[in-house]
Write a protein of this length. Structure first.
Length: 201
């Protein structure tokens, strides 16, 4: 049975949950890598949170037979195959860590007794992040919801070329209508170059 085609509004709402998953993956990875928690409930809770978000993000990026109510990367493209063609091949590390997450945290399994319980937090988060950035680069930005507004503003600012003069015959300022609502808090179009404390070019 073919998956249900989601509306743009459904995808925007789903993208806000995706934003949370990715944020929690990065935050818990950093917490486990930097902070030396004493063994106990807090350490276990952060570790298990990290593992669950690892599992969810790998599934989002590489799901093969998702259930109809599951949010997956392919939903954000005209066809799931469009995403499958541009995503990297799933690495052996991701395959192994996904299995480890299934058996070590998500399910109460007999394999827990013999399973490797070590996690390379930053390396794993970085690998997932690299693949996720490919998704973000290719997804239609107006399918990303409110939680992505700061990211959208940063991407918008990154395209502004303050240091480069306009080409010959090109207007100094241009307005290009888009589909992403933005609040510009400092709408200046020039970069100041200070020569001294009270002197600007």
């Amino acid at each position: 049975m073919a998956r249900k085609k989601r509306t743009e509004e459904e995808l925007r709402i789903a993208s806000n949950h995706l934003h949370y998953e990715y944020w929690m993956l990065a935050t818990t990875a950093r917490e486990m890598a930097i902070v030396n928690h004493d063994p106990g409930v807090v350490n276990n809770a952060i570790l298990e949170s990290f593992v669950i978000h690892v599992r969810n993000m790998i599934y989002f990026l590489y799901s093969e037979r998702p259930k109809n109510d599951h949010i997956v990367a392919g939903d954000f493209f005209e066809s799931p195959s469009d995403w499958e063609e541009i995503r990297p091949v799933k690495s052996e590390n991701l395959k192994n860590d996904e299995i480890k997450a299934h058996k070590g945290v998500a399910h109460l399994s007999y394999d827990r007794a013999t399973q490797d319980k070590s996690w390379h937090f930053v390396e794993l988060a970085n690998e997932i992040s690299t693949i996720f950035q490919i998704f973000v680069k290719h997804v239609q930005l107006d399918l990303l919801g409110d939680r992505w507004m700061l990211n959208k503003l940063q991407w918008f600012e990154g395209d502004i070329q303050y240091d480069e003069p306009a080409s010959k015959g090109e207007a100094e300022f241009q307005y290009v209508e888009g589909t992403i609502p933005l609040l510009i808090s400092a709408p200046h179009g020039a970069k100041h170059w200070r020569k001294s404390l009270d002197d600007y070019k």
